[in-house]
Design a protein around this ligand. Structure first.
Ligand code: MN
Ligand code: MN
Length: 315
């Protein structure tokens, strides 16, 4: 049994107490800890609606509903892992590069302690800081990226760092091995076909949403496992990968995305990958409805944590 685990509703009802992720203790320690959940409340690198700086707060609040035992994997996370809510990165409002540096520093310390990180955004620019931190310890990572967008643009408005560029910068900085990386769920009309082509030109495999529709969950999972193999990897989920009908609280929505069940099954199917960390981004509580977007994001983080518990248990 792990040292740090959530408060059970038998001790204190789910609606009571100070909000932390899954009601885990908020302890800023890396000792006797297998994983941390960290917020990165930064949204100054968005190109349409802002408000994802409140994503961690919204995800923490509704995550009180999540319980430790997973019915499909038949595993209780906290029988195998000790986990804490590590709090938030000390982001610098309006300064994407300073926030990136601070994020990298925190995540490098976490990884160096042998602790796995699961982050709550924030807009997608924050992932670059996470990757810098993790790569400093682990070396380059394979990327499993769910998103409506490729996020490999050269820049927007002359900005090198924003939420549309992290995976171009990550490839340039050799934080990710693009030949082992894959992007899934890309869709929507663009200025031209080069939008879809730019990631492929950089070496990423891309499964657009219309291709996912033909392939289905099982075949796409096969493609992901084949692509990543046994390389250490990072899972990044932009909540706009999911259809706005299921995840309306986000900044740059695209119609025709995954259902909640599809994205849950895709993450469950990543079992067996060598996962060094992950994140869920772009949740905007202010335009959410009934907390459905935040609740899905919380569950996706929980699904990733379950994968780590499975790896810990072995077999
Ligand atoms: Mn997106
Ligand atoms: Mn994105």
């Amino acid at each position: 049994m792990g040292r740090y685990r959530p408060t059970s509703p038998e001790e204190l009802p789910k609606f009571a107490g100070v909000r932390t992720f899954m009601r885990m203790p908020h302890v800023r320690t890396l000792e006797d800890v297998n994983f941390v959940v960290v917020g990165i409340p930064f949204d100054d690198a968005t190109t349409f609606r802002s408000g994802a700086r409140f994503g961690p707060e919204g995800i923490r609040s509704i995550s009180a509903m999540i319980r430790p035992w997973h019915p499909v994997h038949d595993i209780d996370v906290f029988e195998h892992l000790s986990g804490v809510d590590y709090g938030d990165v000390a982001v610098v409002p309006g300064d994407v590069e300073a926030t990136c540096e601070k994020t990298a520093r925190d995540f490098q310390a976490i990884a160096a302690a042998g602790v796995t990180s699961f982050a709550m955004g924030g807009d997608h620019s924050v992932t670059l800081g996470e990757l810098r931190g993790l790569c400093a310890v682990h070396g380059p990572l394979a990327l499993v990226h769910f998103d409506a967008h490729v996020d490999t643009s050269e820049g927007n408005y002359g900005r090198k760092y924003d939420h549309g560029t992290p995976f171009r910068r990550a490839a340039e900085e050799k934080l990710v091995e693009t030949s082992r990386s894959i992007q899934i769920g890309i869709r929507g009309g663009r200025a031209g076909p080069e939008y879809y082509q730019q990631s492929r030109d950089m070496g990423y495999e891309v499964i657009a949403m219309h291709e996912f529709e033909q392939l289905g969950v099982a075949a796409v999972l096969e493609r992901i496992h084949k692509r990543v193999g046994d390389m250490q990897c990072f899972i990044t989920i932009d909540i706009d990968a999911v259809d706005p009908a299921y995840a309306p609280g986000t900044g740059t929505p695209e119609v025709g995305g995954f259902t909640s069940r599809e994205i849950l099954n895709l993450v469950r199917g990543l079992k067996g990958l060598n996962i060094k960390g992950g994140d869920v981004l772009e949740v905007i509580p202010a335009i959410d409805t009934g907390e459905i977007t935040a609740y899905l994001a919380a569950n996706l983080l929980y699904e990733m944590i379950c994968l780590q518990a499975l790896a810990h248990r072995g077999g």
